[in-house]
Design a protein around this ligand. Structure first.
Ligand SMILES: C[S@@+](CC[C@H](N)C(=O)[O-])C[C@H]1O[C@@H](n2cnc3c(N)ncnc32)[C@H](O)[C@@H]1O
Length: 253
């Protein structure tokens, strides 16, 4: 009898925002031109909001740290970098990049009140069904005078259009990674932080247009940013917070 032809397994289709997507995409985290390319650009911009540590042993807690993309941008700033995430396959990679990892939920973090000099929540809140709980945890972890830095997607029609309908068709964003029903209204976020003693200031950000067009063009031609020695487009401030925004706030004493 002739051999049966090999059967290839189709990629599994998961519901939007299903965390198992991060396992399926585990090889993409550290590819500069991979499905998580934009997370590298955002990590660099987020780290720029973090000043050097002011005391020995300062702690930065990175909620939803993924594979630790923030780590190289914190080098030399003097923090011990602790990352909390649900996804074990991502945490294994974060550990390889010097992050002390905790497998846990950002809505119930197994760390002490006031332990952190800085809390980072990069591209996390729009993935958490109870984002208010994650914000409460972020603020609880901060010591008085500690700094919260974050970026997330706004709960607007424009964000749905740009980040999901258009963005998820581009190579820098995996399809189905977002559930737009979880996007975070910027005013509600500021109010929630205030309730927990953190005076959050937000500003709109976006990838720089020329750099992004060049990046997409090079990628479509199969030329990697790595080979070109590039670091990807810069994230720049923009007047509107209607799509993507950063937040930076200090916890009162
Ligand atoms: C878009 S990725 C961002 C990763 C990282 N902050 C970065 O910017 O590279 C979202 C991450 O949040 C994690 N995540 C989602 N919900 C979470 C939760 N409730 N608690 C902890 N981590 C969560 C996912 O596993 C994933 O690693």
């Amino acid at each position: 009898m002739p051999d049966a032809p090999p059967v290839s397994t189709p990629p599994r289709v998961l519901p939007p925002n299903d965390p198992r997507q991060y396992d399926d995409l585990a090889d993409e985290w550290w590819r500069p031109d991979g499905a998580f390319a934009m997370l590298h650009w955002l990590a660099r911009a987020r780290a720029a909001l973090v000043p050097p540590a002011t005391r020995p042993g300062a702690l930065l807690v990175d909620l939803g740290c993924g594979a630790g993309l923030l780590a190289p941008h914190l080098a030399g700033k003097g923090y011990r970098h602790v990352g909390v995430d649900l996804t074990r396959s991502a945490l294994r990679q974060a550990a390889e990049h010097g992050v002390t990892v905790v497998n846990g939920d950002a809505t119930a973090v197994p760390l002490a009140d006031g332990c952190a000099d800085v809390v980072s929540a990069g591209e996390l809140l729009e993935h958490v069904p109870d984002w208010r709980r994650a914000v409460a945890e972020a603020c609880r972890l901060l010591r008085p005078g500690g700094l919260l830095v974050l970026d997330t997607l706004n709960d607007t029609l424009l964000a749905r259009l740009v980040a999901v309908e258009i963005g998820e068709r581009l190579p820098a964003v995996p399809r189905g990674i977002h559930d737009p029903r979880l996007f975070v209204d910027a005013r509600a976020l500021v109010a929630e932080c205030a309730r927990h003693g953190v005076d959050l200031r937000v500003r709109g950000v976006r990838p720089e247009l020329r750099g992004t067009a060049g990046w997409l063009f090079r990628r479509m031609r199969g030329r990697s940013a790595d080979r070109l020695g590039g670091t990807g487009p810069r994230i720049v401030p923009t007047r509107s917070t209607a799509v993507l925004y950063q937040g930076r706030g200090v916890r009162g004493g």
